[in-house]
Design a binder for this molecule. Structure first.
Ligand code: PMV
Length: 349
C-alpha cells in the first residue's frame, strides 16, 4: 500500500519508576530491570502529519511544541529516526510535521522524554499499520513494537505505552520480561496498590543539571555499579511478593531506598553530582516526620532531579493532600505541584 498523506494522533503518559533504570549498555539495553507506575494526567499529545516526498534521500520533519517551532528538538528526533529506520523503512519517504503539547508545563522539571517519545513511537506505528496490507496486527504486537521503538528514543519511554504497572528489563521471576521493550506486570497485585496516587512537588523547574544520557554513562566504571545492578534484581523480587501480599510498609522501604540509591549513584560517580536541592531534603524529612506521628503510608520517590513524587494509597487522598497543602507546598517553586495517579497507558485520539 502507498499513502500520499494523512495524520495520526496519540496521547501518551509519563511514568514514575519504583525500581530505577540507571545505567545502560549499547543500543539502549538497560543494565538492570526496572518497574514503574504509568501516570494518568501527565501526558504528551502528538499529532503526526505526513506527506509523500519526491525523493527518499534524507529525513525531513518539522517539530512544534504548543504551536511554536522547536528546532532544538530536531537533533534528538534525528538520532531517534536513525536508530529506528531499519524497523520502519518508510521514514525517508515522507515529510513529517510533529505537533506536540504536554499537559504539564514544559519548564516544570518533569521529564517529557518518556511521554513525548512514546507518543511519537505510537504515531509512527499507526502510520506503519495504515501502510501495511497484512492483516491487522494484534494489539499485543502493536504495543510491543511501539515500546521497542520508544525505548530507542528514551529508555524509560518504553514503559509509557501501557499501564498500570510496567516492567522493562529481563528478570528471572517475570515471564516475558525483556530488555527490548516494556511488558505489563504479569503477577497479582493486591487491592492496596490499586489507584495509587502521585503528587509531584515541583521543587526546581530549571533545566536538568545532568542529562540522563550523561547520567547513564556515569555508571560505566562506577565503583558500585555491579552491586547496584544486583540490588535492582533483588528489589524486583521483593516487590513481587509485596504486590502479592499488600505489604505497603515494605513497599515504602523499597521505593524510598531505590530513590536514594539513584541519587547515591550520582553522588559517587566521577564526576559527581548532587541533584537534590535543600527543599528536596526538607520535604523528605517532613514526609518521614508525618509518617512517624500518623499511621500514614505516604512515601517519596525521585527522578534524576530535585522534584519529589509523593506516593500514597487512594484511601489517604484527602489527608495527604491536606498535609501537602499545609506542610509541603512551601518548598515548591512558586507553590507548584501536580496531583496525579496511576493510569492505564496511551490512547489514540
Ligand atoms: O529514559 P531516560 O534515559 O531519560 O532515563 C531516565 C531514568 C530515570 O528516570 C532516572 C529512572 C527511571 O527508571 O525512569
Amino acid at each position: 500500500k502507498t499513502l500520499e498523506n494523512g495524520s495520526v494522533n496519540w496521547s501518551s503518559p509519563s511514568n514514575i519508576a519504583l525500581v530505577k533504570y540507571w545505567g545502560k549498555k549499547e543500543h539502549q539495553i538497560p543494565e538492570n530491570p526496572s518497574i514503574s507506575f504509568t501516570l494518568d494526567h501527565c501526558k504528551t499529545t502528538t499529532t503526526l502529519s505526513f506527506s509523500k516526498k519526491e525523493t527518499s534521500d534524507s529525513f525531513s520533519f518539522d517539530v512544534f511544541l504548543d504551536g511554536e517551532q522547536k528546532d532544538s528538538f530536531k537533533s534528538k528526533i534525528e538520532t531517534f529516526f536513525k536508530r529506528i529506520e531499519c524497523y520502519l523503512p518508510f521514514l525517508r519517504d515522507y515529510h513529517f510535521k510533529i505537533e506536540t503539547s504536554n499537559t504539564f508545563p514544559h519548564s516544570s522539571g518533569i521529564a517529557s522524554s518518556a511521554s513525548g517519545m512514546s507518543a511519537l513511537a505510537l504515531c509512527l506505528m499507526s502510520i506503519e499499520r495504515n501502510l501495511s496490507s497484512a492483516l491487522e496486527e494484534t494489539d499485543k504486537y502493536f504495543n510491543q513494537k511501539a515500546s521497542f521503538l520508544a525505548r530507542l528514543g528514551s529508555g524509560s519511554a518504553c514503559r509509557s505505552i501501557e499501564g498500570d504497572l510496567i516492567v522493562w528489563g529481563a528478570h528471572k521471576e517475570i515471564d516475558g520480561s525483556s530488555d527490548l521493550f516494556g511488558v505489563k506486570y504479569p503477577h497479582g497485585v493486591h487491592q492496596n496498590f490499586k489507584n495509587y496516587q502521585d503528587t509531584i512537588l515541583l521543587v526546581d523547574k530549571g533545566k536538568k543539571q545532568v542529562s540522563s544520557t550523561v547520567g547513564h554513562d556515569l555508571m560505566h566504571n562506577h565503583p558500585f555499579a555491579i552491586r547496584r545492578f544486583e540490588q535492582a534484581h533483588e528489589n524486583m523480587s521483593k516487590l513481587i511478593n509485596i504486590f502479592k501480599n499488600g505489604d505497603v510498609d515494605a513497599f515504602v522501604k523499597i521505593v524510598e531506598s531505590e530513590a536514594l540509591t539513584l541519587h547515591a549513584m550520582m553522588m559517587t560517580s566521577m564526576p559527581y553530582f548532587i541533584l537534590m536541592k535543600p527543599n528536596t531534603l526538607e520535604i523528605i524529612n517532613k514526609i518521614w516526620a508525618y509518617r512517624n506521628k500518623t499511621n500514614s503510608k505516604v512515601c517519596f520517590t525521585l527522578d534524576a532531579g530535585a522534584n519529589v513524587h509523593v506516593l500514597y494509597p487512594e484511601n489517604e487522598k484527602e489527608t495527604v493532600l491536606e498535609f501537602v497543602k499545609n506542610q509541603l507546598v512551601e518548598y515548591c517553586q512558586n507553590g507548584h505541584y501536580i496531583n496525579d495517579q496511576i493510569g492505564f497507558g496511551a490512547q489514540q485520539i
